[in-house]
Write a protein that binds this ligand. Structure first.
Ligand code: B1M
Length: 210
């Protein structure tokens, strides 16, 4: 097995120490840091996302795999220049106003990072104004909003409305998700995409930036 495959396997198994050791060995053997990220860490997280989608992996496995990926990234990141690895795109993500649930949103953020997106996580209880301000400042390709409460779902519509009023709606794609969110609701409020889980969120986000 190549170093890349071994690194991917270590990520899938959630073995952070093995991931770190293999990456150090791969670097010592002269492997390209960008290839370590793309063919090792990202490839591993792609398998994790796929297994999560198929219910072969559950939340703990995903969190442990993401931890291994982050441990590996911490070693490789300083070795690459910005031009070596072009992120797939920039995503701003947050849980909407009034909503404090962040486990699913964090999973989505981690999966997106694992897939090669640059992710800015605004956290929880993010007001429409804060989302819009962040879009203005960071110019992301995609804005992701998460809501877990039926009572906070309207905040998604409020945010999209404010994006329109601020003249920024055409500059950013919007994806929404969270347990009470449906495809029909996403369309009704004018979002560009909806994903029922973190794995699908990666697929939908990729399709939005394609
Ligand atoms: Co709350 N809670 N909670 N809660 N909580 C729910 C959501 C609830 C369904 C429980 C229930 O009653 N059965 C219910 C909502 C009812 C409703 O509105 N329909 C509820 C309630 C009522 C409340 C409070 C009001 C309780 C109270 O205080 N009386 C309160 C509200 C606080 C607030 O937000 N203002 C509250 C508080 C809390 C805790 C703080 C205790 C805690 C949150 C801790 C935290 O997140 N740091 C909590 C928890 C843990 C839950 C449950 C048990 C689990 C949520 C979770 O983390 N799931 C939840 C019941 C449940 O869902 N079974 C519940 C695991 C996570 C991986 O899944 O978040 O769905 P999920 O994310 C998925 C997908 O939805 C999707 O991908 C993720 C990964 O696959 N996804 C996206 C999510 N965001 C996405 C964004 C995308 C794409 C996909 O694109 C951007």
């Amino acid at each position: 097995m190549s170093y890349f495959q071994q690194i991917a396997q270590a990520v899938i198994a959630g073995k952070a120490p093995d991931t770190e050791r293999l990456i150090n060995e791969a670097i010592a053997a002269g492997c390209n840091p960008a290839d370590i990220i793309n063919q090792g860490l990202v490839a591993g997280m792609e398998v994790v996302a796929d297994k999560f989608k198929k219910n072969e992996f559950y939340v703990p496995e995903v969190l442990i795999a993401a931890r291994a990926m982050h441990a590996g990234l911490a070693i490789v990141r300083p070795l690459i220049s910005d031009t070596d690895v072009q992120p797939l795109g920039k995503v701003i993500i947050g849980t909407v106003k009034g909503d404090l649930h962040d486990i699913g949103k964090k999973l989505v953020a981690m999966m997106l990072e694992g897939a090669g997106f640059e992710v800015i996580d605004l956290g929880i209880d993010v007001s429409p104004e804060k989302f819009v301000e962040a879009v203005r400042e960071h110019k992301p390709d995609v804005l992701g909003m998460s809501a877990l409460l039926t009572t906070t779902m309207p905040a998604m519509a409020d945010t999209i409305k404010l994006l329109v009023e601020s003249g920024l709606r055409d500059q950013v794609k919007v994806i929404v998700g969270g347990a009470p969110i449906t495809d029909a609701f996403a369309r009704e409020i004018g979002a560009d995409g909806y994903a029922p889980d973190a794995g699908s969120a990666v697929d939908v986000t990729k399709s939005l930036v394609a």
